[in-house]
Design a protein around this ligand. Structure first.
Ligand SMILES: Nc1ncnc2c1ncn2[C@@H]1O[C@H](COP(=O)(O)OP(=O)(O)OP(=O)(O)O)[C@@H](O)[C@H]1O
Ligand SMILES: [Mg+2]
Length: 243
């Protein structure tokens, strides 16, 4: 069975799609057959981040319309042959249910070790259902207080719906957060959200430049080192948390 992870947050722009891409690279590099399903309708970006614009065999819309079988709509990326994508439909009004996503996962599961589901900002109730059913919810926040409060509300809702399998990622951490005592406050962030931390990702200009150009994030950049550590933890390895 593939392990299905959903990456979510309250606010937009916290870095969900970048994290899906970074974790995708990392899991694939570590030998895992990995699929990213982009559930952000109308705001497709994973194809850009992975340098696959104009090269997709199909998208989620083709599957939902019955034009293509899920396996025929999935495209293997050129930068990592273990990393595959099923991008969001071009039509922003496409409609998907948790059952349809479960069916897609079911039909492709034997080909993958990890399926990562990217979600959009302000996720709708159907995407909520899909995230609720994930094996692991990765809740993403930045150190910003408003972002922290919003992800707490989202996470609480998943707890209410019965999914306790949640981990927190704090993204876009910067030295100024350290200097302004934010690090002391990391505990406070974790306590406020009530989800165990699985990793922090530094603010990293190289990530912005690489993904903006559709190039792999270089292995030695701080964000890629953080993605590698998080993906190892997801695989059950004991990797110490570093900030
Ligand atoms: N660790 C990071 N360091 C610096 N910039 C980052 C980092 N993570 C993400 N970003 C930048 O933040 C912006 C938003 O990132 P991204 O699109 O991944 O967020 P998102 O949560 O998927 O947004 P949306 O809610 O619109 O789907 C992008 O410009 C991205 O390059
Ligand atoms: Mg996104």
């Amino acid at each position: 069975m593939p392990y299905v992870m959903a990456v979510t947050s309250g606010k937009g722009g916290t870095g969900k799609s970048s994290i899906c891409t970074g974790l995708g690279y990392s899991l694939a590099k570590q030998g895992n057959r990995t699929l990213i399903i982009e559930m952000d309708f109308g705001l497709r970006c994973i194809d850009i981040m992975l340098g696959m614009t104009g090269k997709l065999k199909g998208d989620l819309g083709d599957v939902l319309d019955g034009k293509l079988a899920a396996m025929d709509a999935i495209t293997t990326t050129e930068s990592a042959n273990n990393l595959n994508i099923l991008c969001a439909p071009e039509n922003p009004f496409s409609f998907v249910t948790a059952e349809q996503i479960a069916e897609i996962c079911q039909s492709v599961k034997k080909y993958y070790d990890y399926i990562i589901i990217d979600t959009g900002a302000g996720i709708n109730s159907h995407v909520f259902d899909i995230v609720t059913q994930a094996d692991l919810i990765l809740a993403v926040t930045t150190p910003d207080q408003i972002c922290v409060r919003d992800v707490r509300m989202i996470s609480d809702e998943f707890y209410r719906r019965g999914n306790q399998r949640q981990r927190l990622i704090i993204n876009k951490l910067h030295m100024r957060n350290v200097q302004s005592d934010m690090i002391k406050n990391l505990d406070e962030i974790i306590d406020t959200i009530g989800v165990q931390l699985i990793g922090c990702i530094p603010e990293d200009y190289e990530l912005v430049m690489s993904l903006g150009k559709g190039k792999p994030i270089p292995y030695t950049t701080p964000s890629m080192i953080a993605f590698d550590a998080i993906s190892k933890r997801i695989q059950g390895n004991d990797v110490p948390l570093t900030i």
